[in-house]
Design a protein around this ligand. Structure first.
Ligand code: SF4
Ligand code: SF4
Length: 100
């Protein structure tokens, strides 16, 4: 195996890893969520916020475009209420605010 092949393989793996990561969007399962607010405090990018609307008090994904996919919120939730969906967040920004 040549060095050039290994470099090519590395570049392709990084490309697909980045593509996969970018296509994931944070989602909150309101049936599991107990509204403790810990994930909101854990998110340094202000992606999440407690929202009180027609659905009642819940965690809203208010700035999905800022998500760095660090998974701190996922790790902080003891109720496994946070996951990444396969939907893309590219270009949709605030339109997705409050999505479940
Ligand atoms: S940490 Fe989990 S249970 Fe608490 S508000 Fe966030 S999603 Fe809901
Ligand atoms: S993955 Fe990181 S940046 Fe994205 S919402 Fe969770 S804590 Fe915030």
């Amino acid at each position: 195996m040549t060095a050039q092949y290994l470099l090519y393989e590395h570049i392709m793996m990084e490309f697909f890893r980045h593509l996969f990561k970018e296509d994931k969007m944070i989602r909150i399962d309101d049936d599991r969520c107990v509204r403790c607010g810990i994930c909101v405090k854990e998110c340094r990018n202000n992606v999440l916020a407690m929202v009180n609307d027609e659905k009642g008090l819940h965690v809203g994904v208010v700035h999905p475009e800022n998500c760095s996919h660090c998974t701190h919120c996922v790790d902080s939730c003891s109720f496994k209420a946070i996951s990444f969906s396969g939907e893309t967040s590219k270009g949709r920004g605030k339109e997705l605010a409050g999505i479940r």
